[in-house]
Design a protein around this ligand. Sequence first.
Ligand SMILES: [Zn+2]
Ligand SMILES: [Zn+2]
Length: 156
Amino acid sequence: MQPFDSSRSDDGDFVACCRERGIKPTHQRTEIYRALMATEDHPNAETLYATVKQRVPTISLDTVYRTLRLFEEKGLVLRVSTAGDSMRFDGNIGPHHHFVCVACYKVRDFYDDDFDHLKTPKTVSRLGEIGSVHVELRGICNDCRKQKKKKSKKPT
Ligand SMILES: [Zn+2]
Ligand SMILES: [Zn+2]
């Protein structure tokens, strides 16, 4: 099974991807997927719902949740494990890593060959079998750093 190439994400590809994974490519599902692929923000279900609702006014939040869960189950999207307290989703299923801002919970993708091929410690085999390696770096994003600087410059 080929990973879905998000750089060429037209609906034809989406339909083919769905077929491959046994998902029915309904109109609503196509819109949800398109909305997720259109952003690098790793949105949560509520944010996606707000976006998709503009195009599909009849859609419900529950449908968005169920669709995302289905996509995740079928390997079409990934769930971002730790970013704030809401579930966040990632349409980028190729090997990549995340920078998470601990101030605004923004999640950005980055790519690194070395991280892709990290040697996993032997001790991990006691815990289970490794399927993939994903590195999450945490810190303060540049936007938040700039804002902090602005704030600290203000006379108190
Ligand atoms: Zn930030
Ligand atoms: Zn990502």
